[in-house]
Design a protein around this ligand. Structure first.
Ligand code: NAP
Length: 363
C-alpha cells in the first residue's frame, strides 16, 4: 500500500520527537514535513533539535537533513500532505487555535495534542477505545466552518488516559459511576522540553502543575463520555470528579490513584477485573497498527503498576491497572498508569489517525 505523506507541527519538541520515533516503520504513514517555531525554521532537523533530542534512537537518516518549516508559513506546506499532527506550544491558546484552523481551511486535517480546541463543541476529543463514534461530528464541523477536506480532531490531556478507559469499561458494562476522587503523579516529560528544572524536581515532589491540569482532569472526561448532538458534542453530566495533580521525579509515565463510588449496583472485585480483562473496542476489532491487543492490563502483584516497569506495556499503548481494593469512604480504589508521551500524546494521536483513515476521513 502506498503510504500517506504526513507532517508534524512542533516536530522539535518532546511530543514531536515521539512521533518521529513511533512512526519510523509505520505501515500507513510516512513523515515528509517537519515544522516548528521561527527559531528552528530554515535549519536541517538535526541542527534544530541538537541536544534537545531525547529519544533512545538516533534521528532517522531520511529526516536528519530535512529543512524545518515555520509552522506559520502556510505557503511552504507541501501540496501532497494528507494530514498533520499538531504538537505545538505557543504563547497563547488563541494563537494555536488560529494556526490549526488555518491548516484545516487549507484542506489539511489536523490531529492535535494541544488543549486549545478541546472545548470547541464541534471539534471531537477522542480516545479511540471510548468515543470513536464522535468522529461523526466532523461533517458538522466542516459544514459549520466551510471546510472542504480539512478538519480538526484533538486528543485529551495525557493524565486522563491513566484512569478513564478503566472507568469507561465499567460504565459500558452497566455499572454507572457517581463520584471519583483522583490524585495524579505526573512525570517530568509531561512538561515538555526542558520542562521542570532538575534542582526543583530531584529529591522532591511539586504539589502544583500549571496550565489547569486539575481542571482538565475533572472536566475533559465529561466531553469524551458525551453524545453527538446536532451542533456538536453534548457533555455527560452524570459523574463528579475531584482531582489533585502532583509532579514527581519520574521521566515518563503518569500514575493515577482513583477512589470510585458507584451509583446503584456495586460490582464485585472479580467482576471489575473480568470487565477490564475482557474490554476491547473498535481499534482492537479493526486491528489498527497502534491499537494495544488488551487496552487494560490488570496486574495482580500488590506493588504494581510502576512507571519504570509497566509504562511500555504493549508498545506504551496499554493502560496498566492494579491494587483494586475496597475503599473505606467510597466503594473501591485502584491505581492506573499510562505512558504520557506515547498513549497520552503521540501514540494516542497516531491511533486516532488510524481510526480516521479506517473511516475514510483521511485519504
Ligand atoms: P515542547 O517540548 O515544549 O515542544 C513545543 C514545540 O512547539 C516545539 O517544536 C517548538 O518549536 C514549538 N513551538 C514553540 N513556540 C512556537 C511558536 N511560536 N510557533 C510555532 N511552534 C512553536 O512541548 P511538548 O511536551 O512536545 O508538547 C507539545 C504539545 O503537546 C503541547 O500542547 C502539550 O500540552 C501537549 N501534550 C504534551 C504531552 C507530554 O506528555 N509532553 C502530553 C499530551 C499533550 P521550537 O523547538 O522551534 O521552539
Amino acid at each position: 500500500m502506498k503510504k500517506l505523506k504526513i507532517g508534524i507541527l512542533g516536530a522539535t519538541g518532546i511530543v514531536g520527537q515521539n512521533y518521529i520515533k513511533l512512526l519510523q516503520a509505520h505501515p500507513w504513514f510516512q513523515i515528509t514535513d517537519l515544522a516548528a517555531s521561527p527559531r528552528s525554521a530554515g535549519k536541517p532537523y538535526f541542527e534544530a533539535v541538537k541536544q534537545k533530542w531525547q529519544m533512545s534512537i538516533p534521528i532517522p537518516k531520511e529526516l536528519k537533513n530535512l529543512i524545518v518549516r515555520d509552522v506559520q508559513d502556510l505557503d511552504s506546506i507541501p501540496d501532497d500532505l494528507s494530514f498533520v499532527f499538531s504538537a505545538i506550544t505557543m504563547p497563547s491558546k488563541d494563537q494555536v487555535k488560529e494556526v490549526e484552523l488555518k491548516y484545516a481551511k487549507k484542506n489539511i486535517p489536523v490531529i492535535s495534542n494541544n488543549s486549545a480546541h478541546r472545548w470547541t463543541p464541534d471539534i471531537p476529543m477522542i480516545i479511540g477505545e471510548i468515543n470513536h463514534e464522535h468522529v461523526s461530528v466532523i461533517p458538522i464541523q466542516q459544514k459549520n466552518r466551510g471546510f472542504n477536506k480539512g478538519f480538526i480532531v484533538v486528543k485529551p490531556n495525557c493524565t486522563l488516559q491513566s484512569y478513564l478507559t478503566p472507568i469507561f469499561a465499567l460504565e459500558n458494562a452497566g455499572y454507572k459511576i457517581d463520584k471519583l476522587i483522583i490524585t495524579t503523579l505526573n512525570a517530568i516529560s509531561g512538561a515538555g522540553y526542558p520542562g521542570v528544572a532538575s534542582l526543583d524536581v530531584i529529591d522532591n515532589i511539586i504539589p502544583y502543575i500549571g496550565g489547569g491540569e486539575e481542571g482538565k482532569t475533572e472536566t475533559e472526561p465529561l466531553k469524551i463520555l458525551g453524545k453527538v448532538g446536532n451542533k456538536g458534542i453534548l457533555n455527560y453530566d452524570s459523574i463528579q470528579i475531584s482531582a489533585t495533580s502532583i509532579r514527581v521525579p519520574v521521566v515518563d509515565g503518569h500514575t493515577a490513584c482513583i477512589s470510585m463510588k458507584f451509583k446503584n449496583i456495586i460490582p464485585s472485585k472479580e467482576e471489575i477485573i473480568r470487565i477490564w480483562d475482557e474490554f476491547k473496542s473498535l481499534p482492537q476489532e479493526l486491528k489498527l497498527p497502534f491499537a494495544p491487543t488488551k487496552p487494560i492490563i490488570y496486574l495482580e502483584n500488590e506493588d504494581r503498576p510502576q512507571p519504570k516497569k509497566d509504562r511500555n506495556n504493549d508498545k506504551g499503548m496499554a493502560i496498566s491497572v492494579g491494587r483494586l481494593r475496597k475503599d473505606s469512604v467510597f466503594d473501591y480504589k485502584f491505581i492506573g498508569l499510562s505512558h504520557n508521551t506515547i498513549r497520552g500524546a503521540a501514540g494516542g494521536a497516531i491511533l486516532n489517525a488510524e481510526l480516521l483513515k479506517s473511516q475514510g476521513l483521511i485519504t
